[in-house]
Design a protein around this ligand. Structure first.
Ligand code: ASP
Length: 328
C-alpha cells in the first residue's frame, strides 16, 4: 500500500514537473532578459552581426536581449559555456562557421556541436577579404604572393584563434601558397584589427563586417576577396582567383543555438523572432552596408540549420585533417 502511494506521488510529481515546464514554455520569455553569448571580442565581426540582430529580434521576442562577449580559443570557450548552460531559453549562442570546424580542429573540444545544442536558425553570410597594414610594400595580391615567400620569416598573420574564420581563411591561404608565417591569435578580430592598423602584425584575412569602415576610409590595403566573385559592397577588390590564386574561398555564416533540451516551444519562439529579424529591411540594409547578406527566412529555421551544420562539419573535416592542424 505504502509502495503504491509512493508510486502515485512520484508519478504526480513527474506529471506536475512536465506541466510546469509546459507552462514555463508558454510564458516564455516573459520579462526576463535573454543572454546571447558571442564567443569573440566586442566590436568584432560576430559581435557586430549579433548586436544589429538582437536590436531588432528583441522587439519580436518581446524581451531584452543582452550580448555577452566570451572570447578565446577560436570561439570554443563561449560555445562550451552555452552547451553547459541551463536549457531554459534564457542563454543562447550566436556563433559562426567555427561551430563546424572546431570538431576537426580540437582534440578535446568538450562539446559536440550536433549533440549538445538545439539549432535555432542561420543569420547572415559574410565574405572575407585579405587585408594588410597600409604601409606594406606590395600594391596588389599578385605582388603580395612573391613578397610573402621572400619575407616569410619577418611577416605575421593575425587571427582570432584556432577554429575562427580568420584562422580557417589564413590556413587555406598559407596551404595554397605553401608558405608558413608566424600566426598571432587574438580573442577576436576587433583587437587584431587594432594591431594591423598599428603595424604590430602585417596581414589578416577578415570578415567585411569588421573592416568595412577601414576599407572605405582607405586605412587598410585590401589585397583580395576570398570568394569566387567580387563582394557586392566592395566591387573594386579583385578576387584571389582573378589574381592568380584559385580555390581559396571561404564563406562565413552566422547562426543561433540554444543548449540541448531547450523546450521546443521556446526554440520555436526564438526562431520565429529570428525569422522576423532577418527579413526586416533595416537589418538587411545594415548587413548589406557591411558587405554581408542576411539569410532568407527559410534558412533561419531549426531544421534548415541542423542539416546545414551537419553538411558543413562533413565538408570541413577532411580539409582540416589534410592540412594536419589541430589544437589541444
Ligand atoms: N569572426 C572572427 C573570426 O573568426 C572573430 C570575431 O568575431 O572577432 O576571425
Amino acid at each position: 500500500m505504502k509502495r503504491v502511494a509512493q508510486f502515485v506521488a512520484a508519478a504526480l510529481t513527474v506529471g506536475m514537473m512536465g506541466m510546469h515546464a509546459g507552462a514555463q514554455a508558454q510564458e516564455y520569455p516573459g520579462s526576463k532578459p535573454v543572454s546571447a553569448v558571442v564567443p569573440f571580442s566586442a566590436g568584432g565581426p560576430t559581435d557586430k552581426v549579433a548586436r544589429e540582430l538582437v536590436m531588432i529580434m528583441s522587439k519580436h521576442l518581446g524581451t531584452t536581449m543582452v550580448i555577452e562577449n566570451l572570447g578565446g580559443a577560436g570561439g570554443t570557450i563561449g560555445a562550451k559555456k552555452v552547451a553547459q548552460a541551463k536549457n531554459d531559453g534564457y542563454t543562447i549562442l550566436i556563433h559562426h562557421i567555427g561551430m563546424s570546424t572546431a570538431p576537426a580542429l580540437y582534440r578535446n573540444l568538450g562539446f559536440d556541436p550536433l549533440k549538445d545544442f538545439e539549432t535555432i536558425g542561420e543569420i547572415a553570410d559574410v565574405p572575407m577579404v585579405m587585408v594588410g597594414n597600409k604601409n606594406l610594400p606590395p600594391a596588389s595580391f599578385k605582388e603580395l604572393l612573391p613578397y610573402i615567400k621572400a619575407n616569410a620569416s619577418k611577416l605575421s598573420l593575425a587571427n582570432a584563434g584556432i577554429g575562427s574564420a580568420s584562422h580557417l581563411c589564413g590556413l587555406l591561404f598559407l596551404s595554397a601558397i605553401q608558405t608558413d608565417l608566424t600566426t598571432v591569435p587574438y580573442k577576436g578580430t576587433a583587437p587584431a584589427l587594432t594591431d594591423i592598423l598599428g603595424g604590430q602584425v602585417n596581414l589578416m584575412c577578415d570578415q567585411t563586417t569588421n573592416i568595412a569602415g577601414q576599407l572605405k576610409a582607405g586605412a587598410l590595403k585590401p589585397y583580395a576577396a576570398m570568394q569566387s566573385r567580387r563582394v557586392e559592397a566592395f566591387k573594386d577588390i579583385p578576387t584571389a582567383a582573378e589574381q592568380g590564386l584559385p580555390g581559396v574561398e571561404v564563406k562565413i555564416w552566422h547562426a543561433m543555438y540554444a543548449p540541448k533540451g531547450t523546450p521546443k516551444p521556446v526554440v520555436d519562439k526564438l526562431s520565429a523572432a529570428l525569422q522576423k529579424a532577418v527579413t526586416d529591411p533595416t537589418f538587411r540594409a545594415k548587413m548589406a552596408e557591411l558587405g554581408a547578406e542576411a539569410v532568407p527566412a527559410q534558412r533561419a529555421t531549426p531544421e534548415s540549420l541542423k542539416t546545414f551544420l551537419a553538411g558543413e562539419i562533413g565538408k570541413w573535416s577532411p580539409v582540416i585533417k589534410k592540412a594536419g592542424v589541430y589544437a589541444d
